[in-house]
Ligand binder design. Structure first.
Ligand code: GLY
Length: 557
């Protein structure tokens, strides 16, 4: 394998799936959640497209080949570094105009268990098509139609279903049947339950062809809009023609902060992720001023990082929401002195009482990610979602795409956790045209104005941990891209009380030591990191081996 990779490297081409990646002299790279997205994106880069072009083509491709999370029916965030300037595109879904604060409460004031998670009423107004159009208008080099066409072809002519996708579709259909859900999912995806069969999606192909030919009007107006609204009316959904026409993606100032000589460029609100990562890195640094760095993935390391995470998530619940609707105290939450003060009562030998961790300011699964670096050194870190796997579990009939269930990311009732166990209050209450708080954290780390690291992951609230730990793994512990994405990860988010969620692969003695301290270990895998790392001018890229991702690194020579 090593000899083959070195030989390919000399030919100027190194392809790395989720196998160990060799370091090569190379200058453009993609790390994608599947091989179709990887191929389409690298082709665009090879043909003179920039990182944003490749991101647009990949986003539409994943809407066809990665239906669990790739989408045109959802939204996302794109962190961009282009021509030496950072930028950030918010194409998060918005609540329909008819949405209201108590829309998911029953007559007793209790949150309905599935209304915000399943079916048309769970769906926010999709932002993806408007987002990709905005990105193309501002930064695109290749023609729009060239970027959308690969997705049209894959939907029309079909693709061979990867075994992992067949497994996920089969399990999802079983769950729908077991729970007697009224869904058209099996009608649309029943043929994708068998690995390696050719799977075509003619309705989706027609929708993508309208987007290719008409831009956003091919989605937010005309036949596609008519199909969405007709499906809403048939199934109790809220979205109207006006909602679709009123949707807009938004350019925002990216969150940027200094950390250990690097510049971290990441997601501002309505993501909670950027502020959370800044606080997390800052609190750990505060602790390390007076303590030595614990061994990687040892019990003291998990405890120290979890204690910081507790404080991060207390602030997230209280202060973070859509900044267009709620006055997010961003600069206060990012103040080094504030972050330092939050870390000062972290006890490295005992768990601090969960109930005692209040927000600090006044006395307070499924998503997917890809990373791209082009030959000019521009980068895109893009995380996109329809919320849970296969979103709301229903397809907009006549348009062929899965609707999102992003409304569950709002706080349906103060203090009541959403699917990811995240709680919230006023900041993230439902309001018409408001964007629901997100944990998506597409991040680019710069060193001397050059891209050092492009990182991101799916996983709801665990995204924040995956991104933070990928920064620690590469830039503190010196891991390669491959080691960093496959290193066991952990997550702590204040509630449930004293619970650390872990990936498999942890040393048993570490977990026993944490249990002895009083932690409950929740052993459930999370995330799917896709990361590009620049080591002295050489790019390495890696996708986590448990997913079906693919990373490709190429040279210009
Ligand atoms: N839907 C997951 C998130 O945006 O955080």
């Amino acid at each position: 394998m090593r000899i083959l990779l070195i030989t390919l490297g000399l030919l100027g081409l190194v392809a790395c799936s989720n196998q160990p990646t060799e370091q090569t002299t190379s200058d453009y790279a993609v790390a994608m959640p599947d091989k179709f997205g990887a191929q389409v994106a690298i082709d665009v880069l090879e043909q003179g497209g920039n990182a944003v072009d490749a991101a647009i083509a990949a986003q539409f491709t994943l809407a066809v080949t990665y239906p669990e999370a790739g989408n045109i029916g959802g939204g996302g965030f794109m962190t961009i570094y282009i021509d030496g300037q950072p930028d950030f595109l918010d194409y998060r879904e918005m609540a329909p105009e008819a949405a209201s604060r108590d829309m998911y409460l029953d007559e007793d004031g209790n949150v309905h268990p599935t209304d915000s998670l399943f079916g048309a009423k769970a769906s926010g107004i999709p932002g993806t098509v408007a987002g990709m159009w905005e990105a193309h208008q501002k930064y695109g080099k290749l023609p729009w139609a060239r970027l959308v066409q690969p997705a049209v072809t894959l939907a029309k002519d079909g693709f061979h279903v990867p075994p992992k996708l067949a497994g996920r579709v089969s399990r999802y259909i079983k769950r729908l049947r077991d729970n007697e859900r009224d869904s058209n999912f099996e009608h649309y995806f029943g043929a994708a339950t068998e690995a390696d069969v050719l799977f075509t999606q003619p309705e989706l192909a027609a929708t993508l062809a309208r987007i290719r030919d008409q831009g956003p009007d091919g989605f937010y107006k005309g036949d596609t809009a008519d199909a969405i609204v007709a499906y809403m009316q048939k199934t109790n959904g809220l979205m109207t023609h006006d909602d679709l026409a009123n949707y807009h993606a938004k350019w925002r100032t990216p969150l940027a902060f200094d950390w250990r000589g690097y510049k971290v460029v990441t997601a501002p609100p309505p993501s909670s992720g950027g502020i959370a990562v800044a606080q997390w890195l800052g609190m750990v640094d505060t602790v390390l001023k007076t303590n030595i760095m614990p061994a990687h993935n040892s019990a003291p390391y998990l405890h120290m990082v979890s204690e910081a995470g507790k404080r991060v998530f207390a602030d997230r619940a209280e202060y973070l929401g859509d900044p267009d609707f709620f006055d997010v105290p961003q600069s206060e939450l990012m103040q080094p002195a504030y972050i330092e003060s939050r870390a000062k009562d972290i006890n490295l030998t005992a768990i601090s009482p969960t109930e005692g961790i209040a927000p600090g300011l006044h006395e307070s699964e499924d998503t997917t990610h890809f990373s791209i670096v082009d030959k000019w050194g521009n980068a895109v870190s893009n995380t996109t979602t329809i919320n849970l796997s296969f979103g709301a579990g229903v397809v907009a009939e006549g348009a062929g795409f899965l609707l999102n269930d992003e409304m569950d990311d709002f706080s349906a009732k103060p203090g009541v956790p959403n699917f990811f166990g995240a709680i919230g209050g006023e900041a993230n209450a439902i309001e018409p045209y408001k964007r629901m708080l997100s944990s998506m954290t597409p991040t680019i780390v710069l060193e001397d104005d050059s891209v050092k690291l492009v990182t991101g992951s799916p996983g709801g609230t665990t995204i924040i941990s995956s991104v933070t730990l990928s920064i620690f793994n590469t830039l503190l512990y010196g891991m390669t891209a491959e080691e960093a994405v496959n290193s066991p990860r952990f997550h702590h988010q204040l509630w449930p009380k004293d619970t650390i969620r872990v990936h498999d692969g942890f040393n048993k003695a570490t977990l026993t030591a944490l249990e002895a301290m009083g932690y409950t270990i929740d052993d459930r895998r999370f995330g799917d990191l896709h990361l590009i790392l620049n080591e002295n001018g050489k790019l390495s890229a890696a996708s986590e081996k448990n997913g079906r991702g693919k990373a490709i690194v190429r040279n210009t020579q």
